[in-house]
Ligand binder design. Structure first.
Ligand code: HEC
Length: 399
């Protein structure tokens, strides 16, 4: 792998890591957003329950008293729905006119006041079978009341109305003993569901909490995100640098390896050359040894020849000795022959028939008075000498 490729891989990995990190932080953001939303919803629900409990308690109090008397005003006229109730309107000893306020009337008036305020928790008393037709349920309340008929104890969710978001919560009212005073006529029995109160908590109440939470959440997560990105960048840079360094070192090492391989090759070549030289020298050595053996053999043979020659020389010497002895003996016998011839005044001759030559002994020259130096030895001359002895002094010739 090349350095560039590796660094590209590191870069890709860094991008991937950044992407994953951003994704994780975004996930954390979304998760915390929903967590906060749920927490706020829980808070709104708790508030709605408290509001409901308060309403229910005040209503209970009023019901316990069979309703309460208040002065008649234009805003609080006598309730026509209570016309059947005795002493609906009474006059105080001082002549003041009082009228009976049933619990529903009381809560309705209180709720109407809340409706006029901006961010108040609202309420609405209602029933599927309302005495007062204005108390009829809206569609959301209808659903809730039907759910209560089926055994539900509470009904709540977020709802938009007039562009504003509300947490709506509703609980049922059951018919209890005090209720029968006025509702028995409608055919209700104890334990029946008479209706209920729905409470609406404006979510705008939590806008501050929500935005504050959002700011804290966003800034925290942004800080964590930046830190993470910084760490990734730092790590990536370090990794890149160390990779580059590693590759530089690697390249140096590779160069060294190549150099070493080259010198190794050279050494091997030299070794081969040396081996060849050794082989040649060994061959030369062998040849020299062979030559030495041959030389030894030759020396040996020459020694043998020498010995043979020595033997022959000895033999020759002996022969020479022998011949010298025979020559000596011959000379002696010749001398004694010469002496004998001189004494006897005799000579001897030898005729070599082949060459027709005659050899005379010394005495012959004396006897014939021929100069030895002028003697040709030719047989014809000799014969003429012998046939004409008159030419010669008186001498006897022996043959
Ligand atoms: C003094 C009489 C009186 C008593 C006691 C009384 N009510 Fe009512 N109630 C009324 C009248 C009258 C209405 C009609 C609406 C109005 O006046 O606003 C009504 C309305 C209601 C409504 C609203 C729906 C409708 O019919 O318009 C509910 C719910 C209700 N009453 C529940 C109860 C319960 C539960 C009790 C017992 C705890 C109770 N009331 C006790 C007189 C009474």
């Amino acid at each position: 792998m090349s350095t560039k490729l590796n660094i590209r891989v590191i870069r890709q990995f860094t991008f991937l890591l950044c992407f994953v990190w951003t994704l994780a932080i975004a996930g954390a953001f979304v998760w915390s957003y929903y967590m906060q939303k749920n927490a706020i919803l829980d808070m709104a629900k708790a508030e709605a329950r408290i509001a409901f409990q308060k309403d229910a308690l005040y209503r209970k109090w009023a019901a316990k008293h069979g309703g309460v008397y208040v002065p008649v005003t234009s805003e609080t006229p006598p309730n026509p729905n209570l016309s059947r109730i005795q002493e609906r309107d009474i006059i105080t000893p001082s002549g003041k006119l009082l009228t009976l306020i049933n619990p529903a009337y009381m809560t309705r008036q209180v709720f109407e006041q809340a409706d006029k305020e901006d961010n108040y928790v609202r309420g609405h008393i209602t029933s599927l079978n309302p005495i007062r037709k204005e108390n009829a349920p809206d569609s959301w309340e209808q659903n809730a009341l039907k759910a209560f008929e089926n055994g539900a104890k509470e009904f709540s969710n977020l709802q938009r109305s007039n562009g504003r978001e509300y947490l709506r919560l509703m609980r049922p009212f059951y018919v209890e003993q005090p209720c029968l005073k006025c509702h028995a006529a409608q055919g209700y029995k104890l334990g029946d569901i008479r209706g209920g109160i729905s409470v609406s908590v404006p979510m705008a109440l939590y806008a501050d909490v929500s935005s504050r939470g959002s700011i804290v959440r966003s800034s925290t997560l942004a800080t964590i995100w930046f830190l993470g990105m910084g760490l990734i960048a730092f790590g990536s840079r370090k990794l890149t640098k160390s990779t580059e360094l590693l590759y530089e070192k690697n390249a140096l090492l590779e160069d060294e390896i190549v150099e070493r391989e080259m010198s190794q090759k050279q050494l091997q070549e030299q070794a081969v050359l040396l081996e060849e030289e050794i082989a040649e020298r060994e061959m030369t050595q062998e040849r020299l040894q062979e030559q030495a053996v041959q030389l030894e053999e030759e020396v040996f043979e020459r020694q043998k020849t020498q010995e043979r020659l020595d033997v022959k020389a000895n033999m020759l010497q002996e022969e020479i000795n022998f011949r010298m002895q025979s020559e000596e003996a011959l000379r002696k016998s010749e001398a004694s022959l010469q002496l004998a011839q001189r004494a006897a005044k005799m000579g001897s001759w030898t005729w070599y028939i082949k060459g027709n030559q005659v050899e005379w002994s010394k005495e012959m020259f004396q006897l014939f008075g021929v100069d030895e130096a002028s003697f040709s030895g030719d047989i014809a001359d000799v014969i003429s000498l012998a046939l004409h002895p008159e030419t010669l002094p008186n001498r006897r010739i022996s043959r």
